[in-house]
Design a protein around this ligand. Structure first.
Ligand code: GDP
Length: 385
């Protein structure tokens, strides 16, 4: 079972070690950017926890938010998500109260995470699968977890034209990744958005993430089923894909199995299936396998859905479904605590004032790493209220 704890890798120490300066190995990373919400509000991130402005016109009463979501009024749903995405202390209580009221209505969906390298065909697959599910009578919400989206101006889901047909469907709700600035922040908001969408009656939640960095581990920790989208490549089929991602997948979809690529895709799927024999399954009682599909022609999509439904049946029967969800909620609580503590630590003015001194001492090998960390924590304890 994976977790979304933001581990600090001791190998990744750098003299300018602070979340704001961290690279991909560090989950708390500050990203700068600008994004528009559904309400047309401008969200800007420049600090670790910058407040998001909510205009007066966007603010509704608590009852209006709750009623609107439960009635699946899409405008209110979008506004509720904007409220949740705001870090403004002014709206925090209202946001929590709305969520609290909606909580009893949430949890009734199948949560599916979808990852894969850019270009694998994730959004095309989401569109095809989403349309297929709507045809079957499901209500589909599509969310994204992409902590880099505010830098790249929405590397996933930012461009709505990518799911043009799906976004026109009345039974579909698409929400791009919140531009929060930290993976922890994005995760919190995405989880809460997922709960709100469930309360609005969406019964399949598709959560897209990019197949790079830590975000897929995070998404794994919030979904029931995790799908890895791959394409057939030349040479070693496992090249370029981190083994860790394969280990957390419940299914691999070798996409673009169409035209001249069909044969190659089938061979790739067989190779992945063989490789999967040697890996422990991501989900207790389930055997991860590789399948082929074409998001463009739709071939293999119904079969893929059958795999997901079979999975759901097995894990619900064994009670693992419930157990995993409880475990995920618990993990979420702990990761929020860690995030908060980490943020408080690095934003503590006395810690900040001492970091440089300790960095120099460590670089000169004049202090042991354990001593340095103990002393810095001591400084924090003595100077936090
Ligand atoms: P993403 O970056 O993983 O979301 O990938 P996209 O869905 O944007 O797809 C990348 C490119 O691959 C686009 O040009 C798609 O039209 C194409 N594509 C996606 N799925 C398929 C497929 O099943 N078959 C073929 N031939 N092309 C596909």
């Amino acid at each position: 079972m994976s977790n979304d704890k933001n581990n600090i890798n001791s190998n990744s120490y750098r003299p300018d070690w602070h979340p704001e300066n961290a690279g991909d190995e560090f989950a708390i990373r500050v990203v700068k950017g600008k994004e528009s919400t559904h309400d047309g509000l401008s969200l800007t991130n420049t600090t670790l926890r910058k407040t998001t402005p909510i205009t007066k016109s966007a603010k509704l009463t608590k009852e209006a938010y709750i009623k609107g979501v439960l009635n699946n009024d899409r405008t209110t749903l979008a506004r509720t998500i904007t409220l949740i995405e705001s870090n403004s202390p002014t709206y925090e209580q209202l946001s929590q109260e709305v969520l609290q009221a909606l909580l009893p209505y949430s949890g009734n969906s199948l949560r599916i995470g979808i990852t894969g390298v850019p270009g694998a065909g994730k959004s095309t697959l989401i569109e095809t699968l989403g349309l297929f599910l709507i045809e079957k009578g499901y209500k589909v919400a599509v969310l994204a977890v992409d902590p880099s989206s505010s830098v790249t101006k929405g590397s996933i889901l930012g461009d709505k034209t990518r799911m043009e047909k799906l976004s026109r469907e009345a039974d579909c709700f698409i929400r791009p990744s919140p531009s929060s600035g930290t993976l922890g922040g994005v995760t919190r908001k995405s989880r809460e958005t997922m709960l709100v969408c469930e309360a609005a009656g969406y019964d399949v939640i598709l959560i897209e993430t990019v197949g790079v960095g830590q975000s897929e581990i995070t998404v794994r920790s919030m979904v029931d089923f995790f799908l890895l989208v791959l394409i057939a490549g030349a040479g070693d089929e496992l090249q370029g894909i981190k083994k860790g991602v394969i280990e957390i997948a419940d299914a691999i979809a070798v996409n673009k199995a169409d035209g001249d690529n069909m044969h190659k895709a089938k061979i790739a799927a067989t190779d992945y299936s063989n490789a999967l024999h040697y890996l422990a399954p991501a989900t207790e009682g389930w055997k991860t396998d590789a399948h082929t599909c074409s998001a463009v022609t739709g071939k293999g999509i119904p079969e893929l859905w059958n795999v997901i439904k079979k999975f759901e049946q097995i894990v619900k029967d064994s009670n693992f479904f419930e157990r995993r969800r409880k475990q995920q909620t618990l993990q979420w609580v702990f990761s929020m605590i860690e995030e908060e503590l980490k943020e408080k630590f690095y934003n503590n003015s006395t810690v900040k004032a001492n970091l440089h001194k300790y960095t120099t001492l460590i670089n000169k090998e004049e202090i042991l790493a354990t001593t340095a960390s103990k002393e810095l924590l001591q400084i924090y304890q003595e100077n936090s209220n």
